[in-house]
Design a protein around this ligand. Structure first.
Ligand code: ITT
Length: 196
């Protein structure tokens, strides 16, 4: 089977990406013995995805896919953005982070509650060449936290055209519309051609 490494320490991301790549053998950082911290010092999702993919490819020389993603809230000038994982500190619970975003938007009308889930993916192929794509899911920030599925900011984000948060969807439904799906849709033909 065609093998690639997912350069992520986030088990939720790895599960979603693996489910969307059923024709590939997806291995993780533990499988290759990679336990370094990667400094994500880029200024964009694309730069950070590339930093992660390169660090892992340089370590193992196996084709590597990395995901840098986050929530951009219009009324917060695009924050937390690339700092989504670090927003309010790594030790703060997502219930607190989600509540803080709802409070920051308190009283705003629906049209001012716009937000995007963004996912940049970087792939380093068998020849060491890099490829970067991006997927964006548009929606809005709800007034309450709802749902148990997914992770992170899913309980407060409602995609346009839906009435409930992503955390109310099961994983297979999220994977049909998510920012991660939209990015992977662009990347999959590149990976298939490379690993053919
Ligand atoms: P790796 O860098 O090891 O992949 P990470 O979780 O630190 O893991 P990021 O730096 O890309 O990854 O931060 C992504 C954060 O954005 C994630 O921790 C969530 O807070 C948020 N996020 C991204 N995709 C999401 C999704 O599908 N649903 C909810 N929140 C998401």
């Amino acid at each position: 089977m065609k093998k690639l490494v997912i350069a992520s320490g986030n088990a939720h991301k790895i599960n979603e990406i693996s489910a969307m790549l059923p024709d590939f053998e997806v291995i993780g950082l533990k499988d290759i013995g990679f336990d370094h911290d990667i400094e994500e010092n880029g200024t964009t999702f694309e730069e950070n995805a590339l930093i992660k993919a390169k660090a892992v490819y340089d370590f193992c020389a196996i084709p590597t896919l990395a995901d840098d993603s986050g929530l951009c809230v219009d009324a917060m000038d695009g924050k937390p953005g690339i700092y989504s994982a670090r927003f309010m500190g790594h030790d703060t619970s997502y219930t607190q982070k989600n509540q803080a975003i709802i409070e920051a938007l308190d009283g705003l009308d629906h049209e001012k509650r716009g937000a995007q889930f963004v996912c940049a993916m970087a792939y380093i192929d068998t020849h060491g060449k890099d490829h970067v794509v991006k997927g964006v899911l548009n929606g809005y920030i709800n007034t309450t936290i709802e749902g148990e599925h997914g992770f992170g900011y899913d309980p407060i984000f409602v995609p346009y055209g839906y009435d409930h948060s992503i955390a109310m969807m099961d994983e297979s439904d999220k994977n049909k519309i998510s920012h991660r799906h939209l990015a992977l849709e662009k990347m999959v033909s590149i990976i298939e051609t490379d690993l053919d």
